[in-house]
Design a protein around this ligand. Structure first.
Ligand SMILES: Cc1cc2nc3c(=O)[nH]c(=O)nc-3n(C[C@H](O)[C@H](O)[C@H](O)COP(=O)(O)O)c2cc1C
Length: 414
């Protein structure tokens, strides 16, 4: 029963973050990072090294964060407190982006010769760093040793993808993109639910593509945003997550095992093969119900009569329901354009699901491509719970809280 289910806190939001900025060319990207962090509801306290201020003026960070920039060596604050200590006591996270090879070496050694390095040593909470440097510097044994030391000390190291570097080389060493850093900050800050510790969760997301001929395919309007948000929310809450996704229009979050597929048949192969190994399956993908018989040759305008014969694809959710092992939790989505709850209730019975999340994809501004959605949860006993209309990330967190609450309740009553 859901009577006592309360909307969860919006977890991990509104944290205080000390942001260290060191002297590399990627310092300009830290400005965008501050904008994103502040936009996500966090309070950002910038700390710059002297070298960082050679690249970007402190006024930029002061303006974007609305906080004074700490730069000088550690010293006394206005109230006579030791400022680097009083500042970091207020913060849940110390984030350093970009991190130079030089400051990385100091952190690895425990040197405390400026405000930032002193703050690091005075910090008892989580630290995340985003190194940015030339590939040779990154690959140097000294840097590798320092990075390994930071990881051994419990620091989260977030690396960027390979690409063009300011020095003209192409390779590893770029700072991770600000949006990717924000995603990892969310993961670090989110409280972990003990129930999900060691639980394996499989999530499917996005549309599938069904070939008509070598250059054409049938697909649908799913962007993958909802499924990807669900995968990230389970990851943030402490589960081990696997994501099987079609061609989605959003970045796939880090710290999630991903498999990209195209067709409904590929999706079925991967999902069904993974079923025996996971505890919870959330099928949020908009899998094609029909597929054409693909032509080996490109269909010619002059010869094609306009008729496409469509065959039913395998019903993955129903197959998962038939094969569901004891104790596995199977969650479906019902994207409908009418009779939403009736269709959802039928689906939960017919497909042997534990929960279904119904949404009306015909509602203006909600559903497939948008950032917001409305979900109504339904359990096997027909009890409904409205998770509300929110942005998809917040809704995904509600979904996780709801599923965990229900499963815990079931365990207790058995
Ligand atoms: C133009 C220029 C670009 C630089 N870019 C980087 C860089 O991307 N990464 C890095 O580790 N060092 C870079 N350096 C070297 C650092 O600025 C130098 O090691 C400095 O001492 C770093 O000080 P800090 O760690 O206190 O900020 C660069 C230097 C210059 C002059």
């Amino acid at each position: 029963m859901l009577a006592d289910f309360q909307a969860s806190e919006i977890v991990g939001e509104r944290a205080s973050i000390a942001l260290g900025i060191t002297g590399g060319i990627a310092a300009y990207k830290a400005a965008e990072l501050v904008r994103l962090l502040v936009g996500a509801g966090h309070t950002v306290y910038p700390i710059m090294t002297k070298w960082a201020a050679e690249f970007v003026a402190p006024l930029t960070f002061q303006t974007l964060s609305g906080q004074p920039v700490r730069m000088a060596t550690a010293g006394f604050g206005r109230d006579g407190d030791i400022e680097h200590i009083s500042l970091i006591r207020r913060c849940e996270l110390l984030l350093v982006a970009p991190l130079t090879a030089n400051t990385m070496a100091k952190m690895a050694q425990g040197l405390a010769d400026n405000f930032l390095t002193s703050t690091y040593l005075a910090h008892r909470g989580q630290t995340m760093v985003c190194p940015a440097m030339n590939t040779a510097m990154l690959e140097h044994p000294a840097t590798r040793r320092n990075m390994a030391q930071l990881e051994a000390d419990g620091v989260h190291v977030v690396l960027g993808d390979s690409g063009d570097l300011a020095c003209g080389e192409v390779g590893a060493g770029r700072m991770a993109e600000p949006a990717a850093i924000l995603d990892q900050v969310r993961w670090v800050l989110a409280p972990k639910l003990p129930f999900l510790e060691g639980k394996r969760v499989l999530v499917s997301a996005g549309p599938t593509q069904e070939d008509v001929d070598p250059v054409r395919f049938l697909t649908n309007r799913s962007s993958g945003k909802m499924g990807v948000a669900v995968a990230a929310a389970f990851r943030d809450a402490g589960a081990e997550v696997e994501l099987v996704h079609g061609p989605v229009q959003v970045a796939v979050p880090a710290r999630i095992k991903t498999r990209r597929v195209r067709s409904a048949a590929d999706m079925a192969d991967v999902v069904l093969s993974r079923q025996p190994d996971v505890d919870i399956i959330v099928m949020a993908a908009a899998v094609a119900d029909f597929r054409p018989r693909p032509s080996k040759e490109k269909l010619k305008k002059a010869k094609f009569d306009g008729a496409l014969h469509l065959d039913r694809t395998q019903d993955i959710l129903a197959t998962l329901g038939q094969r569901k092992p004891d104790g596995q939790c199977l969650v479906g989505f019902a994207a409908e354009t009418g009779s939403v709850l009736e269709n959802a209730a039928r689906k939960i019975r017919d497909k042997n699901l534990d929960f279904i999340f119904a949404n009306d994809v015909a509602a203006a501004g909600l559903g497939f491509a948008g950032d917001r959605n409305r979900l109504i949860a339904l359990n096997r006993h027909g009890v409904q719970h409205d998770l509300g209309t929110r942005d998809k990330a917040a809704l995904a967190r509600e979904l996780v809280a709801y599923v965990v609450h229900e499963l815990q309740h079931e365990l207790q009553s058995n």
